[in-house]
Every structure is written in structure tokens, then in C-alpha cells.
Write a protein that binds this ligand. Structure first.
Ligand code: CP
Length: 334
């Protein structure tokens, strides 16, 4: 039984097969891969795209989706083995995962880190516990990585750039009023490097370096592909010759759990919004973002409203790639 927790566990060829299958679903949306089957969509955090695209995708494949609002509409869950459960949680993940597995054929989970203790949260404990105890495949709908978003992004990049190997992918930190999850940033460099792109991470300060697990993996993938990997705080160097610019904001890990102290370093990124002037240094680059996105804070209107912006295509691709993933994990093609 395979889970889809992180693209780290899937080969490039397997991921490409999922993207190819997603293109087939884009051309011909309906199927019966989930006929008579069901998926539980467990959300600990808000969503527009993920919730809609998984629910609709299951319907289009003949299946049924049950959306569970885990914050309020289901019981709080304990994940610690051997816990004396005299606090808030009413049930243990060992029961929750096994019971859901008796009802449904797939379990998908969204659970962002709590932004309290990165040392613990970097182990992705809740989804890993679900995967350990569930007897059906588990899909990551965003935790400390966002693998469905990765496939949607790569599909859009390939559609626009053709062969991406050897092209330059810039992940640019962009401003936001508060620190955000590093999941999409981690995922962006994982997928771009896995597909052989030169990967640059641009951020206003060294403290915005991503977790070494992801920076290290991306560096390794780039090296294996003969591509370059770099981190820079220099906007001009970051944009120079880039073929794709991916905008994302995230919190600086050294300040994890004491975010008030991050404000000063965050202020250094005031000029990091993606705009026409910066893109003039790139190589006719496409621009994307996972959405939701604050206009004129992260990316200027003139860029978002241009035909170089792939964010809407990337969002549409979520539907197609997730159908390919559900089909694959439920025992079908790809
Ligand atoms: N990109 C993404 O996952 O969107 P939602 O948070 O709206 O699901």
C-alpha cells in the first residue's frame, strides 16, 4: 500500500506518470476509477482549492467524498503513543485512523504546523501517525509539504516551458503581514530540483533558509541532474535569467515559536514583491503562486493580470493531478 505524503517517497518517473495521467483527465474529465469508493477529506485548516478540487475530483471519478472539519466538527485527536488522555483530545489517532479506514478507501489530511516547535513539527507527526495506523492510503493535502501543489505546479511549468530540465526556477520569498507555513516553499524546491531545474532561493535574510532537509534534498537533486542550486539575498542575482518565478512567503525558522522577534528581519523584505521591474532581469519568465495570494503585497496587479501568470492554471491542475493520485492509490492507472 502506497501513501502520498511527500514527493520524496516517489520517483521522478512515477511523478511524471501522474502528471501525464492528469493531462488525460484534463482532456477527458470523467471516469470510474473511484466507482463505489470513497475518500475522507480531513481538514484541520481552511481551504478553497483543495477542498473543492478533491471533492469534485472524487465525484468525476464516480466516488464519494466526505469532508470532515477536524477543528470543531470531529473529536480532537491525541497522537502521542502511551499518552494518559486526561487533557483536551477525546480519541487517539490509533482509533480514528483505523475506524475511518473501515469506512472509506482513501484518507486525505490537511494539518499545518502549529508554529510552536519546529523540532517536533518538522517530523510531520499527525499525518505520519495517520499513515502508520490507517489501513488505507493516506494523501497529504498540505502539512509541512504540499505534494499535490507540487504536481500541479510542475504540470503548469511543463505546459508553458516544455522540457524544464536545465531551465532556471526562482523561488522568491515575498512580503506578507505574518509568518506563514514553509510547506509550499519546501515543495517548490523539491519538485523543481527533482525535474532537473536550476533552483535559486531568494529571501531578504539568511534566516529565511528553509529546513536543511529540503534545502539538502534540492541541492542533491540538482547535483544529480547537473543543475545548480543556490540561496541568495540579492534580488538582481536571483532574478537574472530566470525562466520561472515562484512567489511565496514563509516564516524564518530560527524565530519559530517566538515570532514577535521575527518582525525586524521580515521588514528587510519590504522590497521583495514580484513586479515588472524585477521581472525585466529574468528571461521572459512565467510567474506563479499556489494561491491564496495578497495582490500588490506579494505580486503586483500588472503581473497577476498578465498572460505570464500561471496561478490559475496551477490551481486548475490541482483537480487533474489529484484525480490521478486518487486513481493510482485506489489501485488504478498511472
Ligand atoms: N493552494 C491551496 O492549497 O489552496 P487552498 O488553501 O485554498 O486549498
Amino acid at each position: 500500500m502506497r501513501h502520498f505524503l511527500s514527493t520524496e517517497d516517489w520517483s521522478r518517473d512515477e511523478l511524471q506518470a501522474l502528471i501525464d495521467r492528469a493531462r488525460a483527465y484534463r482532456d477527458s474529465p470523467l471516469g470510474d476509477a473511484l466507482k463505489g469508493k470513497s475518500i475522507a477529506l480531513v481538514f484541520f485548516n481552511p481551504s478553497l482549492r483543495t477542498r473543492t478540487s478533491f471533492d469534485l475530483g472524487a465525484f468525476q471519478l464516480g466516488g464519494h467524498a466526505i469532508v470532515l472539519d477536524a477543528k470543531g466538527a470531529t473529536w480532537p485527536v491525541e497522537i502521542e503513543p502511551g499518552a494518559v488522555m486526561d487533557g483536551g483530545p477525546e480519541e487517539h489517532v490509533r482509533e480514528a485512523a483505523r475506524v475511518l479506514s473501515r469506512y472509506v478507501d482513501l484518507i486525505a489530511i490537511r494539518c499545518f504546523p502549529k508554529f510552536e516547535d519546529w523540532k517536533a513539527e518538522r517530523e510531520d507527526p499527525l499525518i505520519r501517525a495517520y499513515a502508520e495506523h490507517a489501513t488505507v492510503p493516506v494523501i497529504n493535502m498540505e502539512t509541512i509539504v504540499h505534494p499535490c501543489q507540487e504536481l500541479a505546479l510542475m504540470m503548469a511549468l511543463q505546459d508553458w516551458l516544455g522540457e524544464v530540465r536545465g531551465k532556471t526556477f526562482l523561488l522568491s520569498w515575498v512580503p506578507h503581514p505574518k509568518p506563514l507555513n514553509t510547506a509550499v516553499a519546501n515543495s517548490a524546491i523539491l519538485i523543481a530540483s527533482k525535474f532537473g531545474m536550476n533552483v535559486r532561493v531568494l529571501a531578504p535574510d539568511e534566516t529565511y533558509a528553509l529546513d536543511p532537509r529540503y534545502m539538502g534534498a534540492a541541492e542533491r537533486f540538482c547535483s544529480e541532474a547537473g543543475a545548480d542550486f543556490s540561496f541568495t539575498t540579492d534580488i538582481e542575482a536571483g532574478y537574472a535569467g530566470a525562466h520561472a518565478v515562484y512567489a511565496k512567503s514563509w516564516g524564518a525558522l530560527p524565530y519559530y515559536g517566538r515570532w514577535d522577534e521575527e518582525a525586524a528581519v521580515r521588514a528587510k523584505g519590504e522590497g521583495f514583491m514580484v513586479d515588472e521591474a524585477k521581472l525585466a532581469r529574468a528571461d521572459d519568465a512565467v510567474v506563479s503562486h499556489c494561491l491564496p495570494m495578497r495582490r500588490n503585497v506579494k505580486i503586483a496587479d500588472s503581473v497577476v493580470d498578465s498572460d505570464r501568470f500561471l496561478g490559475i492554471e496551477e490551481a486548475e491542475n490541482r483537480l487533474h493531478v489529484q484525480k490521478a493520485i486518487m486513481e493510482r492509490l485506489a489501485g488504478g492507472a498511472a
